[in-house]
Design a protein around this ligand. Sequence first.
Ligand code: GMT
Length: 375
Amino acid sequence: MKIGIVCYPTFGGSGVVATELGMALSKRGHEIHFITYKQPVRLEQLSSNIFYHEVNVPEYPLFHYQPYELALSSKLVDTIKLHQIELLHVHYAIPHAYAGYMAKKMLREEGIEIPMVTTLHGTDITLVGNHPFYKPAVTFSINKSDVVTSVSQSLKEDTLKLFDIKNEIQVIPNFITITKKENPYTECQRGLMAEDDEKIITHISNFRKVKRIDDVVKIFYHIQKEIKAKLIMVGEGPEVSSAKQLVNELGIEKQVMFLGESNEINKILCFSDLFLLPSETESFGLAALEAMINGVPVISSNAGGLPEVNKQGYSGYLSDVGDVENMAKNGVSILKDAKTLQNFKENAIKMATKFDINEIVPQYEDVYEKALKKC
Ligand code: GMT
C-alpha cells in the first residue's frame, strides 16, 4: 500500500510513534511518504520505500500567523497525486486532521478518493483541542475522518466525554520495537554518569507544564536523602529554567544533570535504575514504555492512560498527581535493595513486551483496509 503519514517531526510523543510506525510498515513492504515540515527525528535513514516531503510555509509580512494548514493541505494534494498515495494517516488531530480533510475534499473535485485515518495522541484532545477556540474544528475533523484511533482506552473515554463524536474510536495502543540493540543488559556505561554506589534516576520529556517537572525534582530530592543517587534530565522545553532554579534552591546541583534533547535515549535508559513520570495528564506515556523495555521501573502518576502501561507494584508504582512524598517513598522501596530492584527491572521488561510493535502494526494494517473499503 502507498501510505502518506502526517506528523510532527519532533522528539518524543506522537512524532516518534508515527515515525516508528512508518518505518515498520516500510519493512512490511508498504511505500511510506512522510509529509511534514522537517525530517522526523527518528527517521534514521531514507530507504528505497520511505520518502520525506517537506512542507514549506512561505513567510509573508501581511500575515501575523503563517498559514501552515493551507501549505500542508496543498502539499498533501500535490504529493498524493504525484505518488498515487492510496491512504492518508494523520497523527495528532491539530491541525493535521483538518488539513487532511481539506486535501480529501480538493482531491474529490478531481475524481480522486483518498481515505483518512486519524490517530488521536493526547494533548490534541485533553489540552489543546479542548480549548473553545479549537473545539468546533477538532470535533468536525474527527467526525470527518474515515477511521479514528486513539492510543489508549483512557484517551478514547476522554474524547467521547469532551467532544460530540459520531465516529467509532478504535483503541490501538502505542508500541515498542524490541531489538537486541535495546536489550538492557548490553553496552551499559554507568560510569559515565555516576559512581558505582549511586543509583541513576531519569526523566525524559518535552519539559512542558503538564509534565510537572518541579515534582520530578522534588521526588528526587526526597529519594537522595535516603539513597545515594543522580538525576538525569533529558529534553528541552519551557520548564527547564524553573527546574534548574529549584535544583539550586534545594542545593542538589551536583547530583542533577540536564542533558538537553538526545538521540541516545536507549543508551541513557540502559544505565538508569528508575524513571520518573509524575505528569498531570498523559494519554499513554510512551517515555515510560521506553524506560520499561530497557529494564527501568517507573514511578508515575495515575493520570490518563498511565495505568494501562505501568502496573502497580509490578513494573513500578502509581500515585495521585502531586503526591511527591508517596512517589518518593515508592522510589526508595524499589531502589533500597538489589534484589527488589532486579525484580522490578525484570517485570518492567515483561510488561513492556506486551506492547511489541509486531503485534500492533497489523492492527493498523486492518484499520487501513477498513478505511479503504469506506471510500
Ligand atoms: O507528551 C507530550 O506532551 C507530547 C505528546 C505528543 O502528541 O507528541 O504526547 C502525547 O502522545 C504520546 C504518543 O501517543 C503519548 O505517549 C503521550 O502520553 C501524550 N502526552 C500527553 O497526553 C500529555
